[in-house]
Design a protein around this ligand. Structure first.
Ligand code: ATP
Ligand code: MG
Length: 286
């Protein structure tokens, strides 16, 4: 098992009147190099699950695995794990603490004890990966950036650890459509060209579904569905019952098919939808 859990349960405030199971008996696994979307309504347990995958929380019951090994309490092993599994928190810019963008991105490699030349190489590489290399922002205060730039800096500050897995908790929250489109392109290229295993949480399905190999669906702390994107999105009625709408473009394809246009309905991206509609139109003209 590359990344996964076996019967993972997490109880906040155990043994007190506030005790509540945020995760119940969760088992799933995803392979190396894949792109996985963790979806579920607010409060379904996404952030809690993500924190387990990086060893930030201890299971109340069950196990969490990375690269074939159980994640345990050993401190040295946890530090090694966090170098390999990078976590970008929900609204990460709230946690910036350095005076400059450079120092923010350099924090993790400096912490590894690398010399300043190597640190600079790591920062330059991470900045190029997130597409900020020509922006001359490195000397600015992180709070002087736009929302999209801040998000890129937060991602670069994790990429500077050169992780093999990148987990992002609601990375598109608060971005405008252009910032969101840029973010999706970045995640797609990190996964495809950079060969980084990616897991992203979100509470709604939209264009990002087109990037995902797998979906893991949580509801009220339980795992309700997990599998290939196509298979899960074919279960539109069940998703709707959970308050999870299909991607808008998929809804349009369903509507067109219902109105008699011979189009496929398992379409999740705008470009695939355009191709499909043009093809149906050409077939109609023949
Ligand atoms: N530190 C905490 N102490 C007690 N309960 C918590 C804590 N963090 C989360 N919970 C509870 O655990 C459940 C799952 O929360 P979690 O933050 O994992 O959900 P989520 O799916 O990430 O939600 P959102 O989409 O709003 O970010 C919720 O009922 C929440 O109230
Ligand atoms: Mg959350």
């Amino acid at each position: 098992m590359y990344i996964g859990t076996s019967k993972l349960t997490h109880t906040y405030w155990p043994g007190t009147p506030f005790a509540a199971d945020a995760l119940k008996n969760i088992s799933f696994s995803v392979g190396q190099g894949t792109f996985t979307l963790l979806i579920g309504p607010s409060g379904s347990g996404k952030t809690t699950l993500i924190q387990h995958l990086n060893g930030l929380l201890k299971p109340s019951a069950g196990e969490v695995y990375f690269d074939g090994k159980k994640i345990g309490p050993d401190k040295a092993a946890l530090l090694a794990l966090r170098r390999r599994v990078g976590l970008v928190f929900q609204m990460p810019e709230d946690q910036f603490f350095s005076e400059t963008v450079f120092d923010e991105i350099a924090y993790a490699p400096r912490n590894l004890g690398l010399d300043e030349k190597k640190v600079e190489e790591r920062v330059n590489r991470a900045v190029a990966q997130v597409g900020l290399e020509r922006s001359r922002l490195l000397d600015r205060h992180p709070f002087q950036l736009s929302a999209g730039q801040k998000r890129r800096v937060a991602i670069a500050s994790v990429l500077s650890l050169e992780p093999e897995v990148l987990i992002l908790d609601e990375p598109a929250a608060g971005l405008d459509p252009e910032g969101k489109g840029n973010l999706l392109n970045l995640l797609s290229s990190l996964n495809r060209a950079g060969k980084i295993t990616i897991m992203v949480s979100t509470h709604h399905l939209d264009e990002i579904a087109a990037l995902a190999d797998n979906l893991v669906v949580l509801n009220e702390g339980g795992l309700v569905m997990s599998g290939k994107t196509k298979e899960i999105l074919a279960r539109g009625a069940e998703l709707k019952e959970l308050g999870l709408a299909l991607p808008q473009v998929t809804g349009i394809m369903h509507e067109l098919a219902a109105r008699g246009l011979p189009v496929s309905t398992d379409i999740y991206s705008l470009s695939a939808a355009c191709d499909e509609i043009l093809q149906a139109k050409r077939a109609d003209q023949r």
